[in-house]
Design a protein around this ligand. Structure first.
Ligand SMILES: Nc1ncnc2c1ncn2[C@@H]1O[C@H](COP(=O)(O)OP(=O)(O)OP(=O)(O)O)[C@@H](O)[C@H]1O
Ligand SMILES: [K+]
Ligand SMILES: [Mg+2]
Length: 677
């Protein structure tokens, strides 16, 4: 999380820029997106006309003018809140922009020839171009490794400076533009046009340029607009009532009353809360492409995880050959090597390496060989040549394809490998099973404790893997997941998510492979590992730059915090009304009904001062709550009901009490300067 440099809540440069931006945001056309504040702007404009007339005819600094100024300030404070939230993201975007490379790419004219290349500026690269990247080079754009193995320093994007391995064929084939190659070379097929690379999208996201209102925000906005309308009707009714009672109210008084009653506090802070949530994720090195996903994370019931590369480190390496009865180990090793000849996955390469190391077997690819590449659906790979056929793959898949069954010795060997948490691959030559390969993998450390933390948050963890049952069970036990599904195809993963969603629950999925992409796209929260494939990273709605599946804990906390903050400030905003009533209503009726003076519980000095104090409080409270909106209300894992009770108490009761104190103080301060005495 190194690049997540903390930006102070009150960074001077951000505040100055936000002050300017908040004025630009007064443009009514853009402000219309926020109905409550737009309405406040209309009221402010109307009051300004009255105030101008009053200032010309009567006194230059009269009550209408002061009210008009504070109504404008209310609008300005609301746009300021949004501008500050955006400014923090912008500061982060600046540091990312520095990573955007203006490098020259080595464009290969003929991908088979790694010697002749044409130097091409990175921005001129198009999807499908093939480039060579050598040690010391900056990777010019996003792409997929089609040849080579190399270590890459991705700190420009992830902040993590330990190099990561990038290689052709497997789940670690994606490279990101702006990162740089530390060793060896790679041939990369470019997968993004200039302007739409991962870095470009990340910059646009943190700048807030791509922010759209979430369905929840739209719903809340509709509710707030409805409340505004109700208060408008109430105030109009009041005018009629006053008329009947022989009182008439001036426009500034009515405007003040109306703006105090409509939910300006939450209206002004709503978008800042959403932006801040996304921003908090970035600080945890998670890039969310949709605000909706962040909200969904707050309510997730189940988390699905891929095994290899997500729960385990994912560098599955061949570690042993286990021949079937009557087969020599060397013959098995040779068959394994032949079956892996065209297999460009890390698993395939590790098998060739082990055969070379143990038996110096290094077969050449025979003339006219037909390569059968690995697919997540068949769960096998192999080669056919000169009437021979070699296959290797998941044990059940290989046996099923041959129509044979395993004998007891073989089954025991499969189980033994599985119990160790390794993956057994069955190997067959010309229809006969010759034995097994063991692929070793390691569970990421600390994962068990983190999963138990998820459990205490009420989230079920389910591992879904293409691997066999025994291995799945062993890894599931080691990692401490609640449940697992073995021998799963991409379709199974998708079906499982749909089933859980069908029960009305929200599902998160963490994965890294191309075969996880459909599931990542279907999940409500799809977290792709940065180490994963391009397809996975595009299908999900979040990318974890640290490739840590247990990061979901932080993601869920941030989602919950976002929902709680919004709820708390809505409660606060609406609770405020009660005390503003007590400030304003006695003030405007006191001449007609002197008995109402009894309602003046705050003992405010004069009607004008009471009304102005309420308006000033109403404006200042927006600014006062900006830090809370940006930082978020602290999330405590104490259960939904307890949390609701606590927040109602703090923000509901606080919302009623705070304005009494605030308005009284402002009234006293005005008195100290003899204003509207
Ligand atoms: N290169 C390969 N050749 C043949 N078979 C393979 C190869 N790689 C993996 N397999 C087999 O296919 C199974 C499914 O692999 P895949 O990578 O699709 O799993 P997955 O569904 O992504 O689940 P996970 O990543 O959790 O293991 C593996 O468990 C293994 O038995
Ligand atoms: K208000
Ligand atoms: Mg996988």
């Amino acid at each position: 999380m190194a690049h997540a440099e903390t930006i102070s809540l009150f960074d001077g440069a951000i505040i100055r820029r936000a002050a300017l931006d908040s004025i630009a945001k007064l443009n009514p056309i853009t402000l219309m997106r926020n109905p409550v504040i737009f309405f406040t702007e209309v009221i402010s404009a109307l009051t300004s006309f009255v105030a101008a007339e009053d200032a010309l005819k009567h006194q230059p600094y009269g009550f209408p003018l002061v009210i008009a100024i504070w109504l404008w300030l209310t609008v300005l404070f609301a746009t300021f809140a949004e501008a500050v939230a955006e400014g923090r993201g912008r500061a982060r975007a600046e540091s990312l922009k520095r990573a955007r490379s203006e490098t020259m790419a080595k464009l290969l004219i003929d991908p088979r020839d790694r010697v002749i290349f044409k130097p091409t500026p990175a921005p001129d690269l198009r999807q499908g171009d093939i480039v060579l990247v050598e040690a010391g080079d900056i990777i010019p754009s996003d792409g997929e490794v089609i040849e080579g193995v190399a270590s890459v320093n991705e700190s420009a994007v992830t902040g993590e400076s330990a190099p990561v391995v990038r290689e052709a064929g497997g789940d670690r084939s994606a490279v990101t533009g702006g990162t740089h190659l530390v060793s060896d070379w790679l041939v990369v097929r470019i997968t993004a046009d200039a302007g739409s690379t991962f870095l470009d999208r990340m910059i646009a996201l943190v700048e807030g340029a791509e922010r759209r209102k979430t369905p929840n925000e739209i719903a809340l906005n509709i509710l707030l607009a409805g409340l505004t309308l109700i208060f408008l009707i109430a105030v109009v009714t009041l005018v009629g009532f006053g008329h009947y009672a022989g009182t008439s109210f001036s426009i500034p008084v009515l405007a003040a009353l109306l703006v105090c009653l409509i939910p300006t506090t939450i209206g002004g802070l709503l978008s800042a809360i959403g932006i801040a949530g996304m921003d908090r994720l970035v600080r945890f090195n998670v890039v969310a492409t949709s605000g909706r996903a962040v909200e969904a994370a707050g309510d997730v019931d189940a988390l699905l995880l891929d095994k290899t590369g997500t729960i385990t480190f994912g560098n599955r390496m061949a570690s042993g050959f286990y021949p079937a009865s009557g087969v020599a180990e060397r013959d098995l090793a040779e068959a394994c090597a032949l079956a892996s000849l065209g297999d460009d996955t890390p698993e395939g390469r590790s098998i060739l390496a082990l055969a070379r190391e143990r038996y110096s077997i290094a077969p050449q690819r025979p003339e006219g060989a037909a390569i059968i590449p690995f697919s997540a659906n068949t769960r096998m790979s192999g080669v056919d040549f000169a009437g021979h056929s070699y296959r290797k793959g998941a044990v059940d898949s290989v046996l099923a394809s041959l129509g044979t069954q395993a004998d007891a010795v073989f089954s025991e060997a499969v189980a033994r490998i599985g119990r160790a948490g390794s993956t057994p691959l069955a190997v067959a030559a010309n229809g006969r099973v010759l034995g097994l390969i063991e692929l070793k993998d390691i569970v990421k450390p600390g994962i068990k404790e983190r999963f138990s933390a998820l459990r205490s948050m009420g989230i079920r963890t389910v591992m879904v893997t293409g691997d066999n049952r025994v291995t799945a069970a062993a890894i599931a036990a080691e990692a401490g997941v609640d449940d697992y599904i073995a021998e799963a195809t991409p379709q199974n993963k998708l079906d499982y998510i749909r089933k859980v969603q069908g029960e009305g629950r929200l599902v998160a999925m963490c994965g890294d492979g191309t075969n996880d992409a459909p599931a990542l796209a279907q999940a409500d929260v799809g977290v792709a590992m940065q180490t994963g494939t391009q397809a996975a990273r595009e299908a999900g709605n979040m990318v974890d730059l640290d490739s840590d599946p247990t990061k979901l804990i932080e993601i869920v906390e941030i989602g919950k915090q976002l929902l709680i903050t919004r709820g708390a400030l809505t409660t606060f905003s609406i609770a405020n009304d009660i005390s503003k009533y007590f400030a304003i209503l006695p003030a405007i009726f006191v001449t007609t009904y002197p008995q109402l003076a009894a309602l003046n519980v705050m003992q405010l000095r004069t009607p004008e001062s009471a009304i102005l104090s309420a308006v000033i409080f109403n404006a200042l409270i927006i600014v006062a709550l900006v830090p809370l909106a940006l930082r978020g209300v602290k999330f405590r894992p104490i259960g939904a009901a307890a949390l609701l009770k606590r927040n109602l108490l703090v923000y509901g009761l606080g919302g009623i009490v705070a304005p009494f104190a605030g308005i009284k103080l402002i009234d006293m301060a005005l008195g100290a300067f003899n204003i509207f005495s």
